[in-house]
Ligand binder design. Structure first.
Ligand code: COA
Length: 264
């Protein structure tokens, strides 16, 4: 059984940054399955081509553009290529991000900068380019992929925490500034998800087979769980929701003490 109707994004154009691999690929695929025409953008052409071929073999409409979201002119080119092909851009999913787990002593000055540049500045760059070129006049929807830990303190993620705190702030500010233009802006903050590169890297670096701890539901989520939350926020079902950051983490973020739960 599908959670959402097949055609909820019929005639909509969705840009998913980092949409060729991992979580972004699953998000893109789900938008395609619900009727959206896709554009995926990331740095590696071979990944983009492979994902696009896969999507097309599934009957989805997909284009790709290579782009480093740190470079404003490359980001503007993505938006202009989408507008040249489709004449519109309705949904932006700011998913592209970089991450490596390291304690502060293991993060060089440049390593910190690289993550803030990709995760925060990259999100800003794509948002601004899409806003100026199309969304400002026509309205639309933006969903940023955030993280679940930046309001607390989590070791090994100083650079990502700093960047994602900025993404959350940007989400709220954009929601306020863009609301009058008919643009909703929200964020989804995924916890540890099974079969993701992020979880595997974190587990390897920290020697934690659980990949970052337990959660009240007692199992890891899937990329599909995150994609469903993104789809909900981009859909009309969320038409009065803006400026929010939704954790999709099985409740991990609210279980501060991680005390044993009584069984009776
Ligand atoms: N531990 C510590 N520092 C690291 C690191 C690690 N595992 N990986 C990268 N860095 C540092 C590099 O050493 C470099 O700093 P330096 O110049 O002081 O040596 C800096 O980060 C930039 O790395 P580099 O790979 O040259 O830059 P990039 O801009 O091409 O890519 C990343 C940055 C984060 C995207 C890249 O490291 C990467 O591919 N990460 C894994 C993929 C990923 O992030 N997937 C998302 C999973 S959620």
């Amino acid at each position: 059984m599908k959670t959402f109707r097949d055609d909820i994004f019929k005639d909509k154009i969705a840009l998913v940054t980092g949409g060729a691999t991992g979580l972004g690929k699953e998000i893109a695929r789900r938008f395609g399955r619900h009727g959206a025409k896709l554009c995926i953008a990331s740095r590696k052409q071979e990944n983009l081509e492979a994902a696009c071929n896969e999507f097309q073999s599934e009957g989805l409409d997909c284009m790709w553009v290579t782009c480093d979201i740190r470079e404003p002119e490359q980001v503007e080119r993505v938006v202009s290529e989408i507008l040249a092909r489709h004449g519109r851009l309705d949904i932006l999913i700011n998913n592209a991000a970089g991450n490596f787990p390291a304690p502060i002593s293991g993060i060089s000055y440049n390593g910190f900068k690289a993550i803030v540049d990709i995760d925060l500045r990259g999100t800003y760059n794509v948002t601004k380019a899409a806003f100026e070129a199309y969304l400002k006049k026509h309205g639309g929807c933006i969903v940023n992929i955030s993280a679940p830990f930046q309001n607390l303190g989590v070791s090994w993620q100083a650079h990502v925490s700093a960047a994602k705190a900025g993404v959350d702030a940007l989400t709220r500010t954009c929601a306020v500034e863009f609301g009058p233009c008919g643009i909703r802006v929200n964020a989804v903050a995924p916890g540890g998800m099974e079969e993701t590169e992020g979880l595997a890297r974190f587990a390897e670096a920290t020697q934690d087979a659980g990949g970052g701890g337990s959660n009240p539901l007692g199992y890891l989520g899937t990329k599909g769980d995150v994609a469903n939350a993104v789809i909900f926020l981009a859909s009309d079902a969320a038409s009065y929701i803006t400026g929010q950051v939704f954790a999709v983490d099985g409740g991990a973020g609210i279980d501060m003490m991680k005390m044993p739960v009584p069984t009776e």
